[in-house]
Design a binder for this molecule. Sequence first.
Ligand SMILES: [Zn+2]
Length: 79
Amino acid sequence: MYCGNCGKQVEERDKFCPFCGAPQKLNAAKKAAPLYAKVIAGIVVAAIVAGGVVTALIVNDAKDAPPTADVPSVSAVSP
Ligand SMILES: [Zn+2]
């Protein structure tokens, strides 16, 4: 990260800038990021799970009701 006072690069664990001595506000930025990342991670996981369920349902439907099953019955009834 960079010092907000002098703009030089400082260690993230440094509480004070080693160049100008200005206090570094690390905790506020560090607390906000994980919360935001957790929300996005939750949405991504939910989307992946939902996509897997939908795919499984579609595959099961295709196995249970093959499209060719309807064709012989319709042609047998019409004449
Ligand atoms: Zn500084």
